[in-house]
Ligand binder design. Structure first.
Ligand code: ZN
Ligand code: ZN
Length: 127
């Protein structure tokens, strides 16, 4: 399989999963679907796409990186029960970068805002 075909399959698998899968997760899905793409290849492709800004890499969650096909500015919520990662639209705090720059005088090139808690699904189950 050539490089662009692999990339296409990996990207498609990423966009089909709303919960920001890790490389391992994508690898498992591809394997179950009968693909012979190796985990190293999945990693390499994801990292490459992330460095081009084609997708977003979310680091510092658990011990592995998760990937996001949504490259628009937004925040994340991680459920402490199921571990799923959800998107939070930037509208909840649209001027967070500007305000922080004004307050600190720092130049902000990028930011990762991550909320931790219990998601709706898990909240329902708890009752
Ligand atoms: Zn949950
Ligand atoms: Zn996201």
């Amino acid at each position: 399989m050539n490089y662009s075909k692999q990339k296409e399959i990996i990207y498609k698998t990423l966009t089909d999963n709303v919960v920001h899968p890790s490389a391992e997760y994508i690898y498992e899905i591809l394997k179950k679907a009968g693909s012979n793409i190796s985990l190293a290849t999945v990693y390499r492709n994801l990292n490459k796409m992330a460095s081009c800004g084609y997708i977003k890499k979310i680091e510092g969650l658990e011990d592995k990186a998760h990937f996001d096909h949504n490259t628009f500015e937004h925040y994340h919520f991680i459920c402490q029960k199921c571990g799923n990662i959800y998107d939070i639209q930037k509208e909840i705090a649209p001027d967070i970068v500007q305000k922080t720059q004004e307050k600190t005088g720092f130049i902000i090139n990028s930011h990762d805002v991550v909320f931790h808690g219990i998601c709706l699904e898990c909240k329902k189950k708890e009752r």
